[in-house]
Design a protein around this ligand. Sequence first.
Ligand code: AMP
Ligand code: ZN
Length: 136
Amino acid sequence: MRDDNCIFCKIANGEIPAATLYEDEDFRVILDLGPAAKGHALILPKEHAANLFELPDEIAQKVLPVAKRVGARLFKGLDCDGFNVVQNNGEAAGQTVFHFHVHLIPRHKGDTVKVGWVPGRLTDEDKKEILDLFEE
Ligand code: AMP
Ligand code: ZN
């Protein structure tokens, strides 16, 4: 399914030009226009899904192999020291374009890219509450 109002649908399907690093029948990988770092790329499925939870399993299982393949070329080509694979779901998690996408972010020692959080502490109460969610 395509969403006519979705910019990433248009880019993924070639209606709007973008710097394409890789393309196959399911995905287009493009350079991010507001990169966190040089080489920051986005994996876009050609089918519209707003987020991970809408993404069909058939497409979801193909995402990491694409991340690995394109990521490895960026890693080598840009002589990276590290690499982040990031995927945001929902405004609260930083999602701004509501068409599923995966960020590939090349990293170098001492760079100023911020991808992270301040670690908290797993309390017994939280642990029980969450484990209970997974009880059959
Ligand atoms: P997110 O915050 O996870 O939804 O990420 C959206 C990303 O899409 C941001 O990093 C933007 O810089 C990027 N972006 C938005 N519009 C475009 C566009 N037309 N072409 C390339 N990247 C875009
Ligand atoms: Zn879309």
